[in-house]
Design a protein around this ligand. Structure first.
Ligand SMILES: NC(=O)c1ccc[n+]([C@@H]2O[C@H](COP(=O)([O-])OP(=O)(O)OC[C@H]3O[C@@H](n4cnc5c(N)ncnc54)[C@H](O)[C@@H]3O)[C@@H](O)[C@H]2O)c1
Ligand SMILES: [Zn+2]
Length: 356
């Protein structure tokens, strides 16, 4: 696909391009001045394809685990970049991996020597269809997830869907969860379009590429008007308050985008039961949500733990939960909801009657 997406940011315009030869080009024409931060799984799986790059360039391998995306690991990365690889001002950091590799690279690029250029080759579906644009970096501190961060857009994003052929099915479903989300936010019609193509997307990489492109265009509209997440961009958290609560209640056994899918289904159910939306919207969206999370329904979700995590969500006010729910037209909106007995009983109903 030859389309390029150009995104306006506080640092100027950057672009996301699609290139099914990127793996070959990465190996044949590396930037000799850059340091490559590469996911260890990518360097193992693509050892042959990235042979020259791995042998001849300065490489920092990242084991893509949440505990490695944390404040106490930063001194190791800084030591390797500065003392071992002797990085200099103006030299680029180039990330090749998923959201974890992205967050580490983006955070280092925004702080090391007060700022280095950075480039991104996303290798997971979640990173290609969602996180690669939008400027955010997030680092964990101890048990507190994503509490440190910056807004630092990359200089360029290069998307090669060939990387997705080796991705595990759980990570495909995780990425599709975020794609469904941005389509639902864009309009009920966009949601219905991606729902109809659900099976083809998984089977055909060109159709997948087209929907990644569409998802990024939809996200672009929001981040260009609200790069710093002060208002309109907040709707991108659809499914996320419940999703984060589910991740935390299950000890992260459910991948992020799948937990978000369950979270959107919960949000739609609650919205219709509380009279905020119509049953028809919940039903219209339920079958594809269920398809995307059904491999994980055997993982038990403890509702008390979930409620506990939900009330701690930093987006809430003192007495209300700040939720993102569909309205009667199926438009995704921010709603303040009383954290009362009715809310709890509807949430219980969802898990007892619907979630299976
Ligand atoms: N900065 C942002 O805007 C933003 C947005 C959403 C999520 N995130 C963060 O992203 C992280 C999740 O990212 P993710 O879901 O992309 O996954 P990830 O980086 O955790 O990778 C998931 C797994 O897939 C493996 N992998 C990566 N590419 C592969 C490939 N092509 N083939 C086979 N295996 C491959 C990785 O080694 C890892 O085991 C979380 O830490 C989340 O907080 C950041
Ligand atoms: Zn998300």
């Amino acid at each position: 696909m030859s389309e390029e997406i150009r995104i306006k940011s506080h640092r100027g315009i950057y672009s996301a391009v699609f290139d099914q030869n990127a793996i070959v080009n990465l190996n044949n024409n590396p930037d000799p001045d850059a340091v490559y931060l590469i996911d260890t799984n990518i360097s193992n799986i693509y050892n042959n394809e990235l042979d020259d790059l791995l042998k001849n360039c300065r490489v920092l391998l990242i084991d893509a685990k949440e505990e490695n995306k944390s404040l106490n690991k930063l001194p190791d990365y800084i030591n390797e970049l500065v003392n071992v690889h002797q990085i200099r001002r103006g030299q680029a950091l180039i990330a090749v991996g998923g959201g974890i590799t992205q967050d580490i690279t983006c955070f280092l690029a925004s702080t090391l020597m007060r700022g280095l250029p950075w480039y991104f080759y996303p290798t997971t579906l979640l990173a290609q269809a969602d996180s690669c644009i939008g400027s955010k970096s997030s680092i964990n501190s101890g048990e507190i997830k994503n509490i440190l961060g910056t807004f630092t857009p990359p200089d360029k994003v290069i998307i090669d869907v060939q990387f997705l052929s080796t991705l595990e099915s759980r990570d495909i479903h995780s990425g599709i969860g975020e794609m469904i989300k941005v389509h639902a936010i864009n309009s009920p019609e966009s949601f219905d379009r991606i729902s109809k193509s659900y099976d083809e997307i998984i089977k055909d990489k060109d159709i997948m590429e087209k929907f990644i492109y569409e998802s990024l265009l939809m996200k672009k509209k929001l981040i260009e008007i609200d790069e710093f997440d002060q208002g309109p961009r907040n709707v991108m958290n659809y499914g996320h308050s419940f999703g984060h609560a589910i991740e935390s209640a299950t000890n992260f056994a459910i991948p992020h985008g799948v937990a978000v899918t369950i979270g959107m289904d919960v949000a739609n159910y609650i919205a219709f039961r509380l009279g905020i939306s119509e049953m028809s919207h919940y039903e219209r969206m339920h079958s594809v949500m269920n398809k995307n999370y059904r491999d994980f329904v055997s993982i038990k979700i403890d509702i008390d733990k979930m409620l506990n995590a939900l009330t701690k969500d930093k987006k809430n006010t003192a007495s209300h939960l700040r939720l993102i729910l569909p309205d009667k037209e199926g438009k995704i909106k921010i709603v303040l909801q009383d954290n009362n007995a009715e809310f709890k009983s509807v949430l219980n109903d969802y898990f007892e009657r619907v979630y299976a």
